[in-house]
Design a protein around this ligand. Structure first.
Ligand code: RIB
Length: 311
């Protein structure tokens, strides 16, 4: 089983020609709402990739007692994500305000709401004991994430931690504490550079050097996703595996990273080697960019297999 501990949001999305600069107003024709939140996105991506296979997916998350929360809960259920560990809180359901420009790039502001009320205790031991992979991100309390990661490691569960968005911490020791309970760290180029900067490694804008330094300094496998250049997994001994991305013309890149993480978790839970798991994850992430909204374009297992067989 894959267990995702993380955020659930409703995404309010406006398409714009150009993303507004500070102090500027830009017009958009309309706003649309989509299911989102890095945790929920990763759970849905993992569940779709797992459909018809041996792995189940469950999620621990927090929502508000409001229509967004109820819709998000139903959406997870509709995607075969076990939601027994979802908790309804007094805080409103998390909301993300997203603008997407003509090239599919986005800018996101997250109002965390209920997500910050999620507690490690919301994930029962009995659920964790069934897991082979735990997936974490950075949109819920870091202390609670840390506690869950430590529990998972103790139970022999592989911890896949997506450091997105980059944590607002500045001390090397705090990063070291997080990476001590991590098996596989997933970051994009910017996140890799930001972490290298926090831990004081001079990497000169080189995201592969950043990933290599992080992997060797903290004894983790560091996966750096690099958009159209695919993804690189760097082991603590510096050895590197690359998975290529197929060329696409993106409509909306929101949730591409989450698709990568969810499908990677599925591959690892099914016992694939890291290179094969990343190849599937890259393909799924590319497909997810072809439809508006974080989750709408995430492929199910059949669509993913079909796509992989075509190229
Ligand atoms: O990674 C994309 C997600 O980030 C969006 O769905 C939004 O909710 C934010 O959490």
């Amino acid at each position: 089983m894959i267990v995702v501990f993380g955020s659930i949001n409703m995404d309010l999305v406006a398409r714009v020609e150009r993303i507004a600069r500070p102090g500027e107003t830009v017009l958009s024709r309309r706003a649309d709402s989509f299911f989102g939140g890095k945790g929920a996105n990763q759970a849905v991506a993992a569940a779709r990739a797992s459909r018809g296979g041996p792995v189940q997916v469950a999620m621990a998350g927090a929502i508000g007692d409001d229509p967004f929360g109820e819709a998000c809960r139903k959406n997870l259920e509709a995607n075969s994500v076990d939601g027994h560990a979802l908790r309804v809180t007094d805080e409103p359901t998390g909301c993300a305000f997203i603008t997407v420009d003509g090239s599919g790039e986005n800018a996101i502001t997250v109002a965390s709401g209920a997500n910050m009320a999620l507690r490690s205790a919301d994930l029962p031991d009995v659920l964790l004991s069934k897991a082979s992979v735990l997936v974490l991100q950075m949109e819920v309390s870091i202390a609670e994430n840390l506690d869950v990661a430590a529990r998972a490691r103790k139970a022999g569960v592989k911890v896949v931690w997506n450091f997105a968005p980059v944590p607002a911490i500045k001390e090397r020791a705090a990063i070291a504490e997080l990476l001590e309970v991590t098996d596989v760290l997933v970051v994009n180029e910017h996140e890799a550079l930001a972490i290298a900067e926090i831990v004081g490694e001079p990497v000169d804008g080189d995201y592969l050097k950043a990933g290599t330094d992080i992997a060797s300094s903290f004894g983790v496998t560091c996966i750096v996703t690099a958009g159209s250049r695919g993804a690189f997994a760097i082991a603590p001994d510096g050895s590197r595996v690359h998975a290529a991305a197929r060329p696409i013309v993106p409509i909306d890149t929101t949730g591409a990273g989450d698709t990568f993480v969810g499908v990677l978790a599925n591959g690892l839970a099914e016992g694939l080697e890291i290179g094969a798991a990343m190849e599937r994850a890259c393909a799924a992430a590319s497909l997810s960019c072809l439809t508006a909204g974080a989750q709408a374009g995430m492929p199910d297992r059949e669509a993913l297999e079909r796509h992989l067989a075509q190229v």
